[in-house]
Design a protein around this ligand. Structure first.
Ligand SMILES: *[C@@H]1O[C@H](CO)[C@@H](O)[C@H](O)[C@H]1NC(C)=O
Ligand SMILES: *[C@@H]1O[C@H](CO)[C@@H](O)[C@H](O)[C@H]1NC(C)=O
Ligand SMILES: *[C@@H]1O[C@H](CO)[C@@H](O)[C@H](O)[C@H]1NC(C)=O
Ligand SMILES: *[C@@H]1O[C@H](CO)[C@@H](O)[C@H](O)[C@H]1NC(C)=O
Ligand SMILES: *[C@@H]1O[C@H](CO)[C@@H](O)[C@H](O)[C@H]1NC(C)=O
Ligand SMILES: *[C@@H]1O[C@H](CO)[C@@H](O)[C@H](O)[C@H]1NC(C)=O
Length: 566
């Protein structure tokens, strides 16, 4: 039986018990007749929206991942946390959890919170660096007595404690104040530091000047005194505030990725290039690195403020990113929590050296349980094929669609579509019949299919090759109209002519659907709240609304166990 079908009953029973004890306002809501009080139903639902294998604190608000690191046998994740509420509001502190496998987590409470003049209005995002002798140190943005951003340092109190529970904020903070002409409201998010050819430490800080976004470079000999470099590492005109700059070597010798969180539209984008160490500049491989609109999206969905770290334990670079809620503030208050971290992703560059590839850490596979395998399932035009046997609200799905026989039926491509893939997804939703597509998965589908989230592809003929569009359409994800239910989309940089197939991995975890197209070249994270999660069991389907057949050459689906996250 799917978990979803048991939960409403349990929720109702718990509700009656709690209400009987008159424990809290929230529980009393449940005894009201469901027909006349929708908030009762919402509370039952909220239990089902909580994720089972994604990181989230026990309760309250979480946003950016901070200072991820591996130290003395433990992975550390810090995060932006409001200890007092499921909303952002104020008193933003650093929550802290540790893990030995990046899957199961032990909460250690709060690492530090606003307490000094240099951070009394908030301890905002930052990053970890290892000083010689394997000594971790954190740089973070503090909001001072006036609410302006300054950059601070914090050191572990006891390096013999592998949990790094206590942190000291020296009184010589702040290390870096906004320079002349800078509005302190737009100056934040120090990066991990690296050492340049001259032996000096370097960091980036995000900044807005006018409406231009900057990654400002600072240098230091001793991690205390920091001087601004003559030039920013990089900037773009008209892009608005640059948050959470991340700059790291990846792939072949000399390649660097510059990742920025663009505050104006909450898009995460990256560009690939080289690091000119003489001049301390990022030099993009393409002229497009000067036009932020042409940078690639890291994730086309609900994903922001990402940060990478080097996992020295397994010699890989891992990216964390925050996925915010798409429900309402009252929902968040009722749920008692807001925000999850996406599954940590290994990042690499593909053979072209231009394309970021993201893939969930293999450790997450330790949660895989019951396995369903299918091969050579023909999806005729107009077909809907239920993929049965899984707990479809908590699953890991890998599927490969083969199109070799029908590629000549792809519709012609219009280059203008490259500018706005989400618009194309909206205009050509899953019910629009094309030559090749829409085909894909319907996840978190209700019994009657009225609620479903479509994760699908369309293939177009570009004259000589093919363009592959990937969409996650949330518009029918929930019967509740007031929710944020966009259609997300991006193109997948695969060679259809050569491969003839396209792969999709989707991690479904109650209110989050994380999808990796083309082996992780295009990623879309969605937050969805089907009312059916508590009312009925949840279903998974494959569908094809193209006019040509598509074959599922391979399907592997697993139930996922619940991770222990305290
Ligand atoms: C902020 O949060 C910390 C940690 O929970 C708490 O000790 C402190 O009292 C809070 N400050 C305010 C002003 O609420
Ligand atoms: C530092 O941490 C270690 C390991 O937890 C502990 O044994 C030691 O007592 C701590 N030292 C201090 C001064 O707290
Ligand atoms: C600085 O930015 C804040 C937030 O956008 C704005 O309210 C304020 O007016 C700006 N200050 C100046 C001096 O421009
Ligand atoms: C930004 O605009 C200025 C002034 O128009 C121009 O000099 C500069 O080259 C532009 N920079 C970039 C990176 O496009
Ligand atoms: C969070 O969710 C809302 C939908 O309520 C969305 O519009 C917003 O841009 C999201 N992202 C961030 C980073 O807040
Ligand atoms: C596929 O097309 C049919 C007929 O137009 C439509 O009823 C159905 O809802 C479509 N499937 C999806 C997933 O939109």
């Amino acid at each position: 039986m799917a978990a979803g079908s048991l939960l409403p009953t349990l929720g109702w029973v718990f509700g009656l018990i709690f209400a009987g004890l008159e424990l809290s306002r929230r529980n009393i809501l449940i005894v009201s007749p469901p027909a006349s009080d929708s908030s009762a139903a919402e509370f039952v639902l909220s239990k089902n929206y909580r994720t089972a294998f994604h990181f989230q604190p026990d309760h309250n608000w979480m946003n950016d991942p901070n200072a991820p690191m591996y130290y003395e046998g433990y992975y550390h994740l810090f995060y932006q946390y409001n200890p007092d509420s499921a909303l952002w509001v104020s008193n933003i502190s650093w929550g802290h959890s540790v893990s030995t496998d990046l899957v199961h987590w032990t909460g250690l409470g709060i690492a530090f919170s606003p307490s000094k003049p240099f951070d009394i209005s908030g301890c905002w995002s930052g990053s970890a660096t290892f000083l010689p002798g394997n000594k971790p140190v954190i740089l973070y943005t503090g909001l001072d007595t006036e609410g302006g951003g300054v950059q601070n340092v914090a050191y572990p109190k006891n390096l013999s404690d592998p949990f790094l529970r206590e942190w000291i904020k020296p009184d010589y903070n702040p290390l870096i104040k906004p320079f002349e002409g800078v509005n302190a409201s737009w100056f934040r998010d120090p990066s991990t530091a690296w050492v340049g050819q001259d032996g000096l430490w370097r960091i980036l800080v995000g900044l807005k000047l006018g409406n231009d976004g900057y990654a400002i470079l600072y240098k230091s000999k001793d991690f205390v005194t920091w001087d601004r470099a003559k030039d920013p590492l990089h900037y773009t005109n008209g892009s608005g505030m640059w948050e959470c700059p991340d700059f790291f070597p990846l792939g072949e010798e000399g390649k660097y990725v510059l990742k920025i969180s663009f505050f104006d539209n909450f898009y995460e984008r990256y560009t690939v290039g080289r690091y000119d160490e003489e001049r301390d500049l990022f030099v993009g491989d393409d002229p497009s690195s000067n036009d932020y609109n042409l940078w690639q999206r890291v994730d086309h969905g609900s994903f922001y403020a990402s940060k990478t770290f080097v996992d020295v334990n397994k010699n890989r670079r891992i990216m964390w990113g925050w996925s915010n809620e798409s429900d309402s503030k009252p929902d968040d208050v009722a749920k008692g929590w807001s925000g999850v971290q996406t599954i940590p992703r290994i990042v690499s560059l593909d053979a072209s050296g231009k394309q970021l590839v993201q893939w969930p850490i293999e450790e997450i596979e330790s949660l895989r349980g019951k396995h369903i395998h299918l091969s050579n399932v023909e999806l005729e035009p107009g077909s809907l094929h239920e993929l049965e046997g899984l707990t479809a609200s908590q699953a890991d799905i890998e599927v490969e669609f083969e199109l070799t026989m029908s590629l000549n039926r792809a519709e012609p491509f219009d280059q203008n579509w490259l500018l706005d893939p989400p618009k194309l997804c909206r205009e050509r939703g899953p019910s629009v019949h094309g030559g090749l597509g829409a085909f894909g998965l319907l996840v978190l589908a209700s019994d009657n299919l009225e609620e479903h989230t479509a994760v699908y592809f369309r293939v177009f003929n570009t004259g000589g090759n093919y363009a592959v569009l990937m969409c996650t359409d949330q518009r029918k994800s929930s019967a509740r109209n007031e929710l944020y239910k966009p259609a997300f989309g991006g193109f997948v940089n695969v060679d259809m002519k050569k491969d003839g197939k396209i792969s999709l991995r989707t991690l479904i975890d109650h209110s989050i659907v994380e999808s990796f197209g083309g082996g992780g070249k295009t990623v879309i994270t969605s937050r969805v709240y089907p009312t059916s999660l508590s009312k009925s069991s949840t279903h998974l389907y494959a569908f094809n609304n193209g006019t040509e057949s598509v074959k599922i050459s391979e399907f592997n689906g697993w139930n996922m166990a619940k991770a222990i996250i305290s």
